[in-house]
Design a protein around this ligand. Structure first.
Ligand SMILES: [Zn+2]
Length: 466
């Protein structure tokens, strides 16, 4: 191959590579975006608590009746879906815990937040996509924001310590103050901000507890503080605010006479198991020993009416969960209210999540306000996988390939915002978008003039070089 042809091929490959097209120019007029997540905020938590600030925000902006999370309804997987627009089998962060079925290593949630290879496994979250296109981003405690992706780190990031107190309201306000300076002094375009409540309180005391109601009131005061801070910082006319969450919460039926307890199942023995991930709410994964898969499956498939055990290849496709190399040959989930106990009963939470993402207790919230959003609009429920396309639209960046559809949330935007890209996008289904597949540029109608222009420029330039 002649040198010029090689150069041309390299130039074309570079231009065609996902997210590496001609960078979007930094624009003074670009609206900023703040995504706030309050972990484990069930969709109906506001119904038994006075929430004046959330109510005002609904009047000023957009409210979804509820938002359906991805399955599995766990913190890290669902947060990563929000920032990648992918179902969990397609982004690969399949559990809160890092695990390795060969080495048998299992790490808890907080340690897993720092495991590079757990997160950086083929998908590129919105921070990185935005930065590749010339924007500056920040992540404050947001799951997935602590590591680098394909060699790139989030511009500014804060990680919580291992013994972090997630419910200190004073610290929440200090964190919000920091985020405001990131927007005003550091000129960041996108920040994701995470709060660990009301999840922790929901787990400890249960979703129906007085403590949970008080925590929702604290969340509401914090929403008021965020909106006041946006005004005080002079950002109201150029910052869009999205408040969302990762999943809901269900009361655990701790004293039921029919607990799901592996150690009581007849015909089942842990001697047949090579690797297990149990005692984590309502989810479980098992790697049977060589030659034991059928025996273990037969012993478990009807072992308990509230336990649903599947071979990986038969796991319901509607969950978009099992088609990933990290998923073990056998996996399971239990009915709302029931957790899965393994060798011993070691789970004592009063509230839990991780259940079927269609269960009402797992539904969560989506709220938005700002210059790009309509006012006083309540929309019908939608899946959280669609938020990513909306955020890319708000930031004016080209999304990576994903499972979302911009047309779902486009009606939440004002006619001025809902402009040049208003044609519904062709979306790739998870069936075609295989696990860990190489991301391809999403084909927007008219969405990527820079690519064509760039290719033409490269051809002209290389013709001159040759
Ligand atoms: Zn969570």
């Amino acid at each position: 191959m002649r040198r010029s042809a090689v150069l041309l091929a390299v130039a074309c490959a570079t231009l065609l590579a996902p997210g590496i097209g001609a960078p979007v120019q930094r624009q003074g007029s670009r609206n900023k975006l703040l995504l706030v997540s309050f972990d484990g905020f069930r969709w109906d938590y506001e119904q038994d608590v006075d929430t004046p600030n959330l109510d005002t925000m609904a009047l000023d902006g957009v409210k979804a009746r509820y938002m359906t999370p991805a399955f599995v309804t766990m913190t890290s997987p669902c947060h990563f879906t929000l920032v990648t627009g992918k179902y969990i089998e397609n982004h690969g962060v399949v559990h809160n815990m890092y695990y390795n079925t060969t080495s048998k290593v299992k790490l808890p949630y907080h340690a897993t937040l720092g495991i590079q290879r757990w997160w950086d496994n083929g998908s590129v979250p919105i921070w990185i996509t935005a930065q590749r296109q010339g924007l500056k981003t920040g992540s404050f405690f947001y799951p997935g924001g602590n590591v680098t992706y394909q060699g790139m780190a989030v511009t500014l990031s804060r990680k919580e310590g291992i013994l972090h107190n997630y419910k200190d309201e004073k610290e929440w306000r200090a964190n919000i103050d920091t985020v405001m300076t990131w927007f005003t002094k550091e000129d960041l375009d996108l920040v994701t901000l995470y709060f660990g409540e009301p999840d922790s309180t929901g787990h400890k005391f249960g979703p129906d507890s007085q403590e949970r109601k008080e925590m929702v009131a604290q969340v509401d005061r914090t929403v008021g503080y965020i909106r006041d801070s946006i005004r005080r910082s002079g950002l109201e006319s150029r910052l869009n605010l999205i408040i969302a969450s990762d999943h809901g919460m269900s009361t655990v039926n701790k004293s039921a006479s029919d607990l799901v307890e592996f150690h009581k199942f007849p015909n089942f023995t842990f001697k047949d198991i090579e690797f297990e991930l149990l005692d984590y709410g309502p989810n479980g994964m098992l790697l049977p020993k060589e030659g034991k898969a059928d025996k273990v499956y037969e012993a478990l498939k009807d072992a308990h009416p509230r336990l649903h055990v599947y071979k990986k290849e038969s796991f319901p496709k509607s969950f978009h969960y099992a088609n990933n190399p990290r998923i073990t040959p056998l996996l399971m989930y239990s009915d709302p209210g029931y957790v899965i106990h393994g060798r011993l009963n070691v789970q004592f939470n009063n509230g839990e999540h991780g259940f079927d993402n269609k269960a009402m207790d797992m539904q969560t919230i989506f709220r938005a306000v700002g210059p790009s959003f309509k006012r006083g609009l309540e929309v019908e429920p939608f899946e959280s996988v669609h938020v990513y396309e909306l955020m890319c639209k708000l930031l004016g960046i080209v999304p990576e390939a994903n499972d979302g559809d911009l047309s779902i949330l486009l009606p939440t935007l004002t006619p001025e915002t809902n402009g040049p890209l208003s044609t519904p996008l062709p979306t790739r289904t998870s069936e075609t978008n295989g696990p860990l597949s190489t991301p391809l540029p999403t084909s927007h109608s008219g969405g990527r003039p820079s690519l064509v222009t760039g290719l033409l420029a490269a051809v002209i330039l290389l013709a001159k070089v040759a």
